[in-house]
Design a protein around this ligand. Structure first.
Ligand SMILES: Cc1ncc(COP(=O)(O)O)c(C=O)c1O
Length: 358
């Protein structure tokens, strides 16, 4: 464990916070009020229910799966941990596309498993055959697929999950933290495959990162086993109430997701016109870019120091050399990023931001 780095993040204050793939929109005030009223009506000296049947039924209807195949968690992070905890024994292999969300590598190490990264292909597309080959060669216990993938934004091709399930014996975890923003979902496969666990979160599109709510969807028999790796009372009253409220107002929150997708697509078109950057395709609420004319470190520092824009430097591996990740914020945030990038690349006064914004 001493060789592992803890999952943490330096978060300097910034006017425009585009480093954690959060929603730029706060939960609407009237919905917050609804949550508070719901919570105020509950006895606070009592433990919350383990898994409120009404909430499970609502989640089942929303995601199109059965209620007894759903587990709720204190963020989807917790369900990553519980799932790995009940499957991994000492030395068991976890195959994952690389780079991906770093928690998988860390938790595999904590649980005594062995992490087998399979590099993404050119342009950071998934190497589906490479994942299958590695899983077979290593007799993988678990395969991790994060689609759209953090930090690259790449989405799996439509038939990939089924192909991976049918050519391997592993439990396949599909982490769909960003699926609300694009790419296919593996949820329809749950009816046919019991070796599949799909993870979803309310932290991104639904704008509830601060309250911590996520869910796992799996065959009921698998869900029953994963439940043994969870702590009791893992989701508190406030979070349960917020999840209910979010589901009650799903159409309103979905409209915000569509707005973020529109902002993203407009931003991408303008970003591709900035000289000296490679922009990778994304289906998520963030975009990965590689800088050519200056280092990722310098770009992040200049954006923060001179423009108050905080993005994520992800350039700490050879695969992601000189890469940064920018979360999609409001339209004004993204205008500010485009203007700042032009000034940084071309020098102050040289940019034609007004033209390039169009
Ligand atoms: C791929 C992926 N999975 C899960 C999470 C965590 O989600 P939650 O807030 O539900 O724990 C993140 C957060 O950044 C993520 O990028």
């Amino acid at each position: 464990m001493r060789a592992q780095a803890a999952y943490t993040l330096a978060a300097p204050p910034a006017q425009r916070k585009l480093n954690q793939n959060e929603s730029p929109f706060d939960f609407p005030p009237e919905l917050k009020q609804e949550v508070l009223e719901r919570v105020a009506a509950r006895p606070w000296q009592r433990y919350p229910e383990f898994a409120p049947p009404e909430l499970l039924a609502r989640l089942a209807a929303h995601y199109g799966w059965v209620a007894d195949g759903i587990l709720v968690g204190n963020g989807s992070n917790e369900l990553i941990q519980s799932t790995l905890a009940v499957v991994l024994g000492a030395g068991d292999r976890v195959v994952a596309a690389a780079p991906t969300f770093s928690l998988y590598r860390l938790l595999t190490a904590v649980l005594g498993g062995r992490y087998v990264p399979v590099p993404l292909g050119s342009g950071f597309t998934f190497d589906v055959d490479g994942l299958i080959d590695a899983a077979r060669l290593e007799s993988a216990r678990v395969i991790v697929l994060n689609s759209p993938n953090n930090p690259t934004g790449s989405a799996l091709p439509e038939d990939a999950v089924e192909r991976i399930l049918s050519h391997t014996d592993a439990l396949v975890i599909c982490d769909e933290a960003y699926q609300d923003f694009g790419g296919p979902s593996a949820i329809p496969l749950l009816a046919r495959w019991s070796r599949l666990v799909v993870l979803r979160t309310f932290s991104k599109a639904l704008g509830l990162a601060g309250l911590r709510f996520g869910l796992a969807l799996a065959h009921p028999a698998v869900a029953r086993e994963i439940a043994k790796g969870k702590l009791p009372y893992n989701v508190n009253l406030m979070t349960l109430a917020a999840a209910r409220t979010a589901l009650d107002h799903a159409p309103l929150l979905a409209a915000r997701t569509r707005e973020i997708v529109e902002i993203r697509d407009r931003f991408l078109a303008r970003l591709r016109k900035v000289p000296g950057l490679t922009v990778f395709p994304t289906a998520a609420n963030f975009v990965l870019i590689r800088t050519v004319s200056l280092s990722a470190k310098d770009l992040c520092r200049r954006l923060l120091d001179d423009y108050g824009i905080l993005i994520r430097d992800v350039s700490d591996s050879a695969q992601l050399s000189e890469c940064v990740r920018i979360s999609i914020g409001t339209a004004e945030d993204m205008d500010a990023v485009i203007d700042a990038l032009h000034e940084i690349v071309l020098g102050p006064g040289q940019h034609q931001a007004a033209d390039l914004r169009r």
